[in-house]
Ligand binder design. Sequence first.
Ligand SMILES: [Zn+2]
Length: 140
Amino acid sequence: MLKVKPLDDFDYDLIKEAEKVIEKNYRYGRHHIGAAVRTVSGNIFSAVHVEANVGRITVCGEAMAIGKAISEGYHKFDTIVAVAHPHPHEKIEKCWVVAPCGMCRELISDYGKDMDVIIPYKGELIKCNIIELIPEKYTK
Ligand SMILES: [Zn+2]
C-alpha cells in the first residue's frame, strides 16, 4: 500500500510547468513528455524528453529536468512530475500526468531519497516519496 500525500497549490503549479514545456515543444516522434522538478529552494526546472530513433537510447523528461537543474547549480530536489502530451490522432484535449518509468525511479532516487513524485493513483493525482516506488532499491 502506497503512503500517499495530497497535492498542494505548489504541486499543481509544478504540473502546469510540465504541461507548458511540452505544449510549447511537442513534436511527433521526438518530444511528447514534459517534466518539471522543484528544488528545495522552490525553483522549478522543466524539460521535454528526447526521443531517439533507436528507442532504448531515448532520454526521459525527468532525467532532462534533473540535468537542467543540476547544470544551473541546483542539486537538492523536492518534487518531480511528468506529463504526456496527446498525439494528434489520439483526439485527447489535455496532457495527463504519468508515473516515472523504472529507469527514472532509479535516477530520481539516486538524486534525492526524500524527493516526492506526483503520480496518478487509483483515479486521482497524489504524491509519494520516490522510495515508495522503488522498494529495496539497488545500492552500490
Ligand atoms: Zn523514464
